[in-house]
Design a protein around this ligand. Sequence first.
Ligand SMILES: C[S@@+](CC[C@H](N)C(=O)[O-])C[C@H]1O[C@@H](n2cnc3c(N)ncnc32)[C@H](O)[C@@H]1O
Length: 178
Amino acid sequence: MACSIVFVGILVTAALSIVVTTLRIGISPQPSTRKARKALLDLAPEKISGSIAELGSGWGGLALALAKRYPQTQVYAYELSFVPYLFSRLRLKLQSQNNLHFVRQDFLSVDLHQTSLLVTYLFPGGMDHIAEQLVPKLQQETILLSNTFALPGYTPQEKVILPDLYRTPVYRYDLKPS
Ligand SMILES: C[S@@+](CC[C@H](N)C(=O)[O-])C[C@H]1O[C@@H](n2cnc3c(N)ncnc32)[C@H](O)[C@@H]1O
């Protein structure tokens, strides 16, 4: 009985943590669908010179797929929400992937000058922040892949429409330093 109460308490606290963080940040940790993940990986370049950053990695599934696709490349997966971040870390303990690093940090405060591939699935306000705060700081050519949401003020080099109910767009931007 005591065990069940503790278990339910942990579940309720975790759910509350997710809800509060979702309200604060503006987006839940909903993962990309399998079709979207495949489209993102298909749009990614064959070779990458710098590192990869996933901006808002949720439960870590896409970050893991990226790290497996590019075993010689360091993948940094930034996530603010504590429960999905913790889940990703536990997942990594079970499924070791040496080039993958989950970081609990606001990606807007990260130094991306070594990064040549950015991957994201956010919301319109989050894309505004990327366009206004991150893109102007890029110091090398960087590819941005975005599930669903366009980068305001930029023209995508490629746009794929997924064969799903919402005809979800997936974008590739080849960004140059200003
Ligand atoms: C819709 S989920 C996408 C998860 C994963 N990228 C995927 O495609 O499966 C967006 C995630 O971004 C995180 N997020 C949003 N803004 C963030 C920020 N400024 N810094 C770090 N994480 C952020 C949210 O907490 C959420 O878990």
